[in-house]
Design a protein around this ligand. Structure first.
Ligand code: 5GP
Length: 198
């Protein structure tokens, strides 16, 4: 019998590694019912981002109200800059119950909280290959000051240390290859679960 419950996919990788582009392409091309979880954040909206699509942009007050109510599956203050990020529990469980494959694009700290709650989750770390490559990409993106980039690179070196705790590490050498690698490994894990379910 086919497993009706969806799967949870956790994707992390340092800022600037290209996660957003990879995910957009993955959603458009991989033939699975993928659904991207929309996180909440207290950070300001960047140019080109859309409320309810990129994030739910909340005030500190709104965010901490959710936190107190226990609405978050996980939440964390990323980069130690006073910006909070969190995954609402309810849309994740609703999506999984519908049989969707829910993608959480979250930092290593958040991933570390979700992994024990969902031991069957497929966790993928998108790796830049090296820290120099990441620096090049962050400068190329041009959305942040040199100071912010420096801080992100410090955080990135710490994040790279968490890579071995993920079930898969994919080195992002080209967007096409990374998207294909991730899609193939998801399709493969879908086949496996059908084989083992009675
Ligand atoms: P950005 O501000 O560049 O969109 O994201 C900064 C970092 O926050 C990224 O590493 C991203 O993966 C992480 N992030 C985004 N949403 C969440 C979330 O809901 N929870 C956690 N823990 N991290 C998140």
């Amino acid at each position: 019998m086919k497993n009706e419950q969806g799967k949870l996919i956790i994707i992390s990788g340092p800022s600037g590694v290209g996660k957003t582009t990879v995910l957009r392409r993955l959603m458009a091309t991989c033939p699975l019912s993928l659904e991207e979880s929309v996180s909440c954040t207290t950070r300001p909206r960047r140019v080109g981002e859309t409320e309810g699509v990129s994030y739910h942009y909340l005030t500190e007050e709104q965010f901490h109200k959710h936190r107190k109510q226990g609405d978050f599956l996980e939440c964390t203050e990323v980069f130690g800059r006073g910006h909070w990020y969190g995954t609402l529990r309810q849309p994740v469980t609703t999506g999984l119950n519908k049989g969707n494959w829910i993608i959480l694009e979250i930092d290593v700290e958040g991933a570390g909280k979700v992994m024990p709650l969902y031991p069957d989750a497929i966790s993928i770390f998108i790796h830049p290959g090296g820290i120099e490559e990441l620096e090049r990409r962050l400068h190329g993106r041009g959305t942040e000051s040199d100071e912010a980039i420096k801080r992100r690179l410090e955080v990135a070196s710490h994040e790279l240390e968490a890579a071995p705790s993920y079930s898969h590490i994919v080195i992002n050498q080209s967007v096409e290859q990374t998207v294909d690698d991730i899609c193939q490994l998801l399709l493969k894990s879908g086949e496996n679960s059908e084989c083992t379910t009675n």
